[in-house]
Design a protein. Structure first.
Length: 113
C-alpha cells in the first residue's frame, strides 16, 4: 500500500508561485494538493485535459470560463479541457484543494493575464 500526506510532501515549483505538492503522477491521472494562503491567487490558465477540483478546507472563489463562484469545503468542481480557470483566496484563512487532471497532460497549460 502506498500512502502520502500533503503535510509531508515536498513543495514543487510551479508557474503560479503557490504551495503545490504532487500527490500522484501516472499516465492516466495526476493529483496535486494546492494551498492558497489568505490573499493568494493562481494565474488564469487553460489546461489541455479535463480538471476536477475538490475543496478540502476553507472558502475561495473559482473562475471556470466566464463563471465565478464562491465554493467551500467538500465541494467538487469540474473544469473542461481548454477552458480558462483560476482560483482566488479572498478569505483570512488557508484554502486547500486537490487538482485532479485526467489523463495526465502531455502538453503545457496556456496562461493568460
Amino acid at each position: 500500500m502506498i500512502t502520502r500526506s500533503p503535510f509531508e510532501a515536498e513543495k514543487r515549483k510551479n508557474p503560479h508561485g503557490v504551495d503545490a505538492k504532487k500527490m500522484y503522477d501516472k499516465p492516466d491521472a495526476m493529483v496535486t494538493h494546492i494551498t492558497l494562503g489568505p490573499g493568494e491567487q493562481m494565474k488564469k490558465h487553460a489546461t489541455p485535459v479535463d480538471v476536477i477540483f475538490y475543496v478540502l478546507e476553507g472558502t475561495g472563489k473559482v473562475l471556470i470560463g466566464d463563471e465565478t463562484k464562491e465554493v467551500s469545503q467538500d465541494t467538487l468542481i469540474e473544469s473542461p479541457k481548454d477552458i480558462v480557470h483560476c482560483w482566488y483566496n479572498e478569505s483570512d484563512a488557508d484554502l486547500r484543494f486537490l487538482v485532479i487532471k485526467t489523463p495526465k497532460p502531455t502538453t503545457a497549460s496556456k496562461f493568460f493575464e
